[in-house]
Write a protein that binds this ligand. Structure first.
Ligand code: URA
Length: 241
């Protein structure tokens, strides 16, 4: 993880866009270990190379953005003395960057989990003001009806008296075990399970499939992960700008 293209490093350090930093490099004002460089694609090693723009040292903190298909049975936490956490599923070169999960999925919930060390982006994605939509697929014991969908739209009063914000319930298949999509803009503790409980129904299976513009990669099996593409990161950043 320590090796990175010079133009990417400068762009990630807030110097400018890729295009702007390429121009700066070509002007010759960037030095690596005291030598002026003009190769925008030069590979530098963030653990030992010293990079300057004129007299200004570039302090690079590598940002990491991971999409995980969280499996059942692990908890969404950075550390736990007893239970296996989502961070335990990552290799040491990733955990060395101190990533943390953005929001929480229950131990028995699967699906999309963003893990990053970008505190600013995480904060914005979770902010109720931004209203980022989380999409879930669920299997519900019992026949889910349009009345249930209307209740989701109107807001449901949970057992503790909290009234949920308007949410969308899309019925894929109404049957003994119904299949639905749920779209939420908030993330209260056990929210979906408690919403269905208030309607007298039980969630048998729950999986998050999207968070804002970020869609779970179907190639990832439960427990697998990959880094976000640059496009995916930019699209999330734009969403909460
Ligand atoms: N709602 C729940 O009940 N559980 C989750 O993990 C996410 C949303």
């Amino acid at each position: 993880m320590a090796k990175i293209r010079l133009d990417k490093l400068l762009a990630h350090s807030g110097i400018g866009t890729r295009k702007q930093v390429k121009k700066l490099i070509k002007k010759g004002i960037i030095t690596v270990n005291g030598k002026s460089v003009r190769d925008t694609g030069m590979i530098v090693d963030t653990s030992c190379d010293e990079i300057f723009m004129g007299n200004e040292k570039i302090n690079y903190k590598e940002a990491i953005y991971i999409m995980m298909n969280k499996p059942r049975g692990v908890i969404t936490s950075t550390y736990d003395p007893l239970e296996r956490t989502v961070i335990d599923l990552l290799p040491s070169e990733v955990t060395a960057l101190n990533p943390f999960p953005v929001g929480r999925l229950d131990k028995d919930t699967e699906g999309l989990l963003l893990i990053t060390n970008d505190g600013e982006l995480a904060h914005k994605l979770l902010s109720p003001k931004k209203g980022v939509v989380k999409k879930y697929y669920a299997q519900i014991e019992g026949f889910v009806s349009e009345d249930d969908a209307r209740a989701f739209e109107e807001g449901i009063t949970l057992e503790d008296g909290y009234r949920t914000l308007p949410a969308r319930l899309e019925i894929i298949r109404a049957a003994d075990v119904s299949e639905v999509y749920i779209y939420l803009t908030e993330g209260k503790y056990h929210q979906i399970k408690r919403m269905f409980k208030a309607l007298g129904k039980h969630v048998a299976y729950l999986k998050r499939v999207a968070m804002g513009s970020l869609i779970l990669d179907e190639n990832l099996k439960p427990g697998e992960w990959r880094e976000l593409t640059e496009e995916e990161v930019i699209s999330l950043q734009r969403l909460v700008m």
